[in-house]
Design a protein. Structure first.
Length: 285
């Protein structure tokens, strides 16, 4: 039996940084309450561990509960400009771990919106990152996630397009072809982040070589779901799992080459647990 790990897998730079800063903040031993806006990463184990240490998850609709001096961690997905202003007015101490790659998208959108461009965000309109980015152009962006949606856009004088950082490159390229025809003056920024691209390429390459492919990551994590989709195309025995507990003997018993990749919110120890579980089922642990 052979276990192969994708060349790029697990925590990306932005998530690693966010978690480190969160734990650093806990280590300061401050008395004021610490919150995160939404779950800091799409990983139930990490969220549970933070909860045990007194970190509470707040949804946006509950932000009114915050008092002056409370501390709030803004996760790597970022937030809208409006929300920063609201938190400032409330006197909340903001610990901002917005990923620099997401910050870059927000800055582009703000800059071109101010210059008078209409904005198109290519991505999932329900994803917190996209919702946050839209908040840098007064929530006026057109958000499209398919060629069809792009076709249905009106014709613009001046248009600026950006991408959700976790988009699949090919998907962006296809939609871009349509957007090019939709404006007199068109500027675009491929803001897909390197980490995503590298994970996707590595997952694609590995899933072509294996009998079974495990994609580890939160079931709601969009970057993990995208990895699953890529792997499924190459390997029919692809399983999206959150932890080693989900691996059943029948998934691997007939197979010799087992591949593993992991979404950007998956800590290394979860990957190690999966490796150990596979080895123990195969009697090699
Ligand atoms: S996937 Fe990329 S953009 Fe998103 S948090 Fe990680 S490094 Fe940042």
């Amino acid at each position: 039996m052979k276990i192969l790990i994708a060349e790029h897998a697990g925590f990306c730079f932005g998530v690693k940084r966010a978690i480190e800063i969160a734990y650093e903040e806990l280590g300061k031993g401050k008395k004021t309450k610490l919150y995160t806006l939404g779950e800091i990463i799409h990983n139930p184990q990490v969220v549970k561990d933070l909860a045990k240490r007194g970190v509470e998850v707040l949804e946006e609709k509950d932000l009114y509960k915050l008092s002056k001096g409370d501390r709030l961690i803004i996760r790597s997905h970022g937030i809208s400009k409006k929300l920063y202003n609201f938190l400032e007015q409330k006197g909340v101490e903001v610990i901002d771990v917005t990923c620099p790659f997401v910050k870059k998208v927000q800055n582009i959108v703000e800059e071109y919106y101010k210059k008078g461009y209409d904005i198109v965000i290519v991505g999932d309109k329900n994803h917190p990152e996209v919702i946050g980015v839209n908040g840098w152009c007064d929530d006026k962006a057109y958000i499209v996630n398919s060629v069809e949606e792009a076709e249905n856009l009106p014709f613009f004088e001046r248009l600026c397009a950006v991408s959700q950082t976790t988009l699949i490159e090919k998907h962006w390229e296809e939609i871009l072809q349509v957007l090019r025809r939709k404006a007199k003056e068109f500027v675009y920024f491929n803001t897909i982040c390197d980490a995503t691209q590298k994970r996707q390429e590595a997952a694609d390459a590995l899933s072509k070589k294996v009998d079974v492919m495990f994609v580890i990551g939160g079931k709601h994590s969009s970057n993990t779901q995208k990895l699953r989709k890529i792997c499924e195309k190459n390997c029919k025995n692809t399983y999206h799992i959150e932890s080693a507990d989900e691996i059943m003997e029948e998934m691997i018993k007939e197979h010799e080459v087992i591949g593993i990749t992991a979404g950007a919110s998956t800590p290394d120890y979860v990957i190690d647990e999966v490796i150990n579980k596979i080895k123990s089922i195969k009697g090699e642990g």
